[in-house]
Design a protein around this ligand. Structure first.
Ligand code: GDP
Length: 236
């Protein structure tokens, strides 16, 4: 599925058929092809960092993924990389509070960072505090962090825990994209309503891209577009 909203923030051209949009179209196609090739090539789990001191050397751009527990983050990472279990492979139960790094490209062009899920029911305050500390310091201090992706479950829309996360991201110096997950789980009419509602709220966040991504890891919906966006954000 293509993006539901107008194109990327910097394109804004609705004059279909002009030379400009033809060039855009061709560039988009080339980018999509390059993205598909890259993601089907080398993608390796690098390490899990339970604390900042375990972060890898900041040698390449990083794109980080965050969302509530169960939002479909592992499934989305698997779909993007065309693997069945790349995200799961590293996430044993004890490791869910760690930042997981994956390298893409040979040699490595950029990293995908799987941030610990938030909003887990009944998490003890010590676990929540640890999560906040780790994520906040990563977001603030990571110079190679090029973009964050905030995953929102299509069935539930933006919840208070997501709002907290978005506010934290507004305070960091890095822009973020909102990605709706599990779009196959609701009817098209309901999905349209969720898209409109989420878009309204997203517009109020200064660091959020107005353009949203609507995805289904299950059906492959929106995956090629998201791959291309990741490549663009990584600047590779
Ligand atoms: P995580 O906790 O955020 O990593 O979430 P998971 O990727 O483990 O997904 C949570 C649940 O949602 C699992 O049962 C997945 O099979 C399911 N799920 C994830 N993505 C999709 C999707 O696009 N469509 C459907 N129908 N189910 C999904």
């Amino acid at each position: 599925m293509s993006m539901p909203d107008a194109g990327p923030p910097d394109s804004g051209d609705h004059d279909g058929g002009s030379d400009h949009s033809e060039v855009d179209e061709r560039e988009r196609e080339l980018l999509a092809r390059r993205a598909a090739k890259l993601f089907s090539g080398r993608v390796d789990f690098l390490l899990s960092a339970p604390q900042l001191k375990f972060l890898p050397e900041p040698t390449v751009p990083e794109i980080a993924f965050c969302g509530r527990s169960n939002v479909g983050k592992s499934s989305l990472l698997n779909a993007l990389t065309g693997r069945r279990s790349i995200a799961r492979a590293s996430v044993t139960p004890g490791r869910t509070q760690e930042l997981n790094f994956f390298e893409v490209g040979e040699p490595t062009l950029f990293r995908l960072v799987d941030m610990p899920g938030y909003g887990f029911a009944k998490a003890p305050p010590s676990v929540v505090d640890k999560w906040k500390k780790l994520v906040k310091s990563y977001l603030r201090g990571r110079q190679v962090l090029h973009r964050n992706l905030v995953l929102i479950d299509s069935r539930h829309g933006i919840k208070d825990v997501d709002r907290d996360m978005m506010e934290m991201l507004d305070g960091a110096a890095v822009g973020y994209r909102v990605v709706l997950t599990k779009a196959d789980k609701i009817k098209a009419s309901e999905l349209d309503a969720v898209i409109a509602k989420v878009a309204d709220e997203v517009r109020k966040h200064p660091a959020a891209f107005p353009e949203m991504h609507v995805t289904s890891a299950e059906k492959g919906m929106g995956i090629p577009e998201l791959r291309a966006a990741v490549l663009m954000d990584a600047g590779v």
